[in-house]
Design a binder for this molecule. Sequence first.
Ligand SMILES: Cc1cc2nc3c(=O)[nH]c(=O)nc-3n(C[C@H](O)[C@H](O)[C@H](O)COP(=O)(O)O)c2cc1C
Length: 177
Amino acid sequence: MNNIAIVYKSKYGSTKKYAQWIAEETKGDLFECSEIDINKLRTYDTIIYGGGLYASGIAGISIITKNFEVLKDKEIIVFTVGLASTDREEVFIPITEKWFSQEMRENIKFFHLRGSIDYKKLGIIHKSMMAMLKTVISRKDSNELSDDDKELLSTYGKKVDFTEKNTITPLLLFLKN
Ligand SMILES: Cc1cc2nc3c(=O)[nH]c(=O)nc-3n(C[C@H](O)[C@H](O)[C@H](O)COP(=O)(O)O)c2cc1C
């Protein structure tokens, strides 16, 4: 497992934590997204990109999507970090379909990990986005609420942390094969 770059963009720290764990386990080189450009990135054989999920967008992902032509012969892994439960892979299909072309999806392996939120630490825009989301969810009929909706309502305003080191195991196993 040589010549691996782990690149991440993290606003509140969860994606950074996962990227650090992956770098420790793979002995890869770790970069915050702004610390690396395409000329440096293209020198690696394996690129692992991690970004936090924000309103179904993947933070910083354009470093992969914009440069895909240059990177497409490499092994590319993308991991997302969000609050949503990761039990059902199909939940993430709309996200990958929105941001990646079919060719990209065929060449990239995706993993989805769970992050954290501390409402007290949110910036003003993020705070109001979460308040809006809560309002939308609160207006749903109780029988329409998903488990993630219920969780958001019960933890709204608090601090929740779902980060867990052993959830990177499938990604590490994929790299070994
Ligand atoms: C404004 C806002 C929007 C979010 N949107 C999503 C989302 O669409 N899907 C999701 O699973 N988590 C969402 N989250 C939760 C974040 O992805 C979670 O806090 C994650 O840990 C952020 O990663 P980071 O700590 O590396 O920045 C959102 C959080 C905020 C504050």
